[in-house]
Design a binder for this molecule. Sequence first.
Ligand SMILES: NC(=O)c1ccc[n+]([C@@H]2O[C@H](COP(=O)([O-])OP(=O)(O)OC[C@H]3O[C@@H](n4cnc5c(N)ncnc54)[C@H](O)[C@@H]3O)[C@@H](O)[C@H]2O)c1
Length: 400
Amino acid sequence: MRAVQVGHTVVGFDTDPDKVKRLVAGESYVDDVPSDVLKKALESGRYQPSAQPRSCAGFEMAVITVPTPLHEGAPDISCIEQSAAMLARYLRPGACVVLESTTYPGTTEELVAPLLEEGSGLVAGTDFLVGYSPERIDPGNQKWDLVRTPKVVSGINEASLRAVRGFYDTLLDRTVPVSGPGVAELTKLLENTFRHVNIALVNELAMFAADMGIDVREAIDAASTKPFGFMPFNPGPGVGGHCLPIDPSYLSWRVKRRLGHNFRFVELANDVNDHMPDYVVRRLIAGLNRRRLAVNGCRIMILGLAYKRNTSDARESPAMVVADRLLALGADIVAADPHVSDSVYLPISRVEATAEEAASSNAVVLLVDHDAFDLPALARAAPYFFDTRHRVSGPSVEQL
Ligand SMILES: NC(=O)c1ccc[n+]([C@@H]2O[C@H](COP(=O)([O-])OP(=O)(O)OC[C@H]3O[C@@H](n4cnc5c(N)ncnc54)[C@H](O)[C@@H]3O)[C@@H](O)[C@H]2O)c1
């Protein structure tokens, strides 16, 4: 959308024809892109969503932003391979291809550039240009949007870097050039691993602090007054989405493959963060037990199914794990999430987040603190309110 706004002619190619159909109809499925913005882009005549590879013919700049999931614990880069092979067919001298998908260091130079060469018969760096520039989108973040967030850019040689940087300079306020794609790829994984590890640190501390009867949030707030050398992270019910549960594993996989070493920080962080949904369930069981209730047969209301507040994205969401575990224990689960569509699979009833629903539950567990929830009212109404986000207080409230 931004490329259209600044005057480029853009083809949005996606292999999913349903998504393309919705885009053509002016219906945005991305939280941060209002349909009005999409419609404006369509009306400009400079934006064409398409599921046809041939719509990419004649491109000067191609940006690859395809998914990079894990498959049985190993990076699945098949979408990048498919994209590079497809673009190679339409590659012309002078054109530039830039990869944005999060991936292990080496992908751009060792995989993407050779695939483009193979399919086109052209030479990377001479006939055409290649680079890597990591995505830094933070869904729902109003302040740090695409334009204002500095973007790291790289190329496989000087000419490639110039092309990649020149393109992004037309879209956003500040580009940050680095010496090559390997550094840019590692930068992205460093950013996500940093968050992952620090969240694991406070999650583990939260579990110890609860056993010691100490409020971990108060300690985090106090530590945050240190003006140097500390950055606050908050404990929660686990990590979700694409970045935190998956990306650091790309780095640990690469380290293991290349160097034969384990990336112990990532493994430990995975272990702690993956355990958090089970810990939430354990605390709920203990809380109900204190009220002489067994989980089996209890009505438990889950607030929030998304992985992140104010978004509809439920990928890798810890809320799903919590719901699954409670269901397996025989609980009667209802869930409220105004953002996540009912079609997201879970064998549970969906309800509105009302005080009446909270009052008729044995326990309410806050997993995602969407702005749409009236948390004080829900906490007042619930006989037992387990707050994993440190948002409310009261006689029936227990904090993670
Ligand atoms: N979503 C974010 O906030 C975010 C932030 C930073 C980095 N990233 C990274 O960006 C990449 C994409 O993430 P996403 O969340 O946008 O994924 P997504 O699954 O939401 O969207 C990717 C799109 O690519 C399409 N696709 C799959 N294979 C294709 C192919 N061969 N050719 C063309 N289209 C194809 C899919 O149909 C889908 O519409 C990942 O590597 C992710 O780690 C995402």
